[in-house]
Ligand binder design. Structure first.
Ligand code: ADP
Ligand code: MG
Length: 383
């Protein structure tokens, strides 16, 4: 578990200064995949895996960052313009670069970071690191931003500094999540609505432990394919800058002009927006059966139409569907591996997790990591 007191002790021993401590959670997306960059809807949950940052000022003009997860320290000159280096330090230094670009003078500081969000598993350790660093640096310089603006700045870290073309979802939920709630986010105007998760429902996250990079099958390719379909619809009726603005009727009318793959990608994105809003409404009225049905439909769409899944993730979902207590299961995150998210009746969650792990290992020879999580609060300062 991420423990602020342990991080404080570590920071004190290393940097001989009492730090301020901030925390930002990872997330799991319940439904709404590859809709965020199309200005559509997503419904993520902040989880009880998080990244902590301890920060204290320095007088030597240096930025010194200790990453406990890597057992590595990096030093930078606070007065120099940060340059990306394909290293974990790109995330915190990207925050420094973006805040400096916003007109802040960033002084030297010591930063210790430590997280228990699994790295690179689709639970958004990168967004947690960006958001927690931004909170820590802002607390150091005595500045603040409304949370949606903070999320946008952190998205820019990932887009402009790290070079990952992600949407706003991860940073937004890490900054704005609420315990025991999912958050329906309109990625167009960043308006959001919280929907309660019932106390008798557990969030089981199952890591397939695989991450495929198939030729021509990655995240940017999918994004281009769906955007190509959008351009065709827009050329006919205008006012469709993003698939958010398109309808299934548009697709029926002009789909024959699209590359077959583009058509399928757009079909997923347009129908996923409808499912995501429907799922939030079902949550609000406590209709968990309908939430589960929409998750199952979303997985089939993600796997068959978007071709964003893989054999292992499809297997993990199929195995979950056979087990007692399951409400809904689907692959979550950017795709091609990573984690599935399962809503499970709370009193069956332990048995569900154990049996799912056993059956997946028996079929694949891979021992999966399975976590029983709960919806947690978004980023905040601890001390
Ligand atoms: P995800 O966001 O799904 O976990 P990414 O590839 O987007 O996967 O981000 C993972 C990367 O973020 C790591 O490889 C590392 O560079 C950085 N990172 C995340 N958490 C930490 C941490 N606690 N300490 C250092 N680097 C981290
Ligand atoms: Mg990430």
């Amino acid at each position: 578990m991420h423990d602020p007191n342990a991080l404080r002790s570590m920071h004190l021993a290393r940097f001989h200064a009492d730090p301020a401590i901030c925390v930002a959670p990872g997330r799991v997306n319940l439904i709404g995949e590859h809709t965020d960059y199309a200005e559509g809807f997503v419904m993520p949950v902040a989880i009880n895996f998080a990244t902590l940052a301890a920060i204290s000022p320095r007088t030597d003009g240096k930025i010194v960052i200790w990453a406990e997860n890597y057992g590595e320290e990096k030093t930078f000159d606070a007065a120099a313009k940060p340059i990306a280096s394909k290293h974990w330090s790109d995330y915190p230094m990207g925050v420094v670069a973006i805040l400096a670009g916003e007109g802040h003078t960033i002084p030297g500081f010591s930063l210790s970071i430590w997280g228990d969000v699994p790295l690179g598993s689709g639970l958004s350790s990168s967004a947690a690191l960006e958001v927690v660093t931004a909170l820590a640096v802002l607390s150091l310089i005595g500045a603040d931003y409304p949370r949606p603006v903070l999320a946008r700045l952190c998205q820019r870290v990932e887009n402009e500094f790290v070079g990952a073309n992600c949407g706003i979802m991860d940073q937004f939920i890490s900054a704005n999540g609420k315990a025991n709630h999912a958050l329906l986010l309109d990625c167009r105007d960043l308006s959001f609505r919280l929907a309660p998760l019932p106390a008798d429902v557990a969030l089981v996250i199952a890591n397939t432990m695989v991450k495929h990079s198939i030729a021509g099958g990655d995240y940017p390719t999918r994004r281009r394919e769906s955007e190509a379909a959008c351009a065709i619809i827009n050329s006919h009726r205008g006012g469709v800058p993003f698939l958010r603005d398109a309808t299934l009727e548009d697709l029926a009318k002009w789909g024959n002009e699209m590359e077959p793959k583009s058509f399928l990608r757009a079909k997923h994105v347009i129908s996923e927006d409808l499912r995501t809003v429907a799922a939030s409404e079902a949550l609000l009225r406590g209709d968990m059966k309908e939430v589960g049905r929409l998750m199952a439909e979303a997985h089939i769409s993600y796997s068959k139409d978007f071709e964003g899944s893989c054999a292992e993730a499809d297997l993990m979902v199929d195995l979950a569907n056979e087990l007692p207590g399951l409400i809904g299961a689907r692959l979550t995150g950017g795709g091609f591996g990573g984690c599935t998210v399962n809503l499970v009746e709370q009193d069956k969650a332990d048995a569900f997790a154990e049996e799912l792990g056993k059956r997946y290992a028996a079929k694949t020879g891979i021992k999966p990591e399975i976590h029983i999580c709960h919806a947690s609060d978004g980023a905040h300062r601890i001390s």
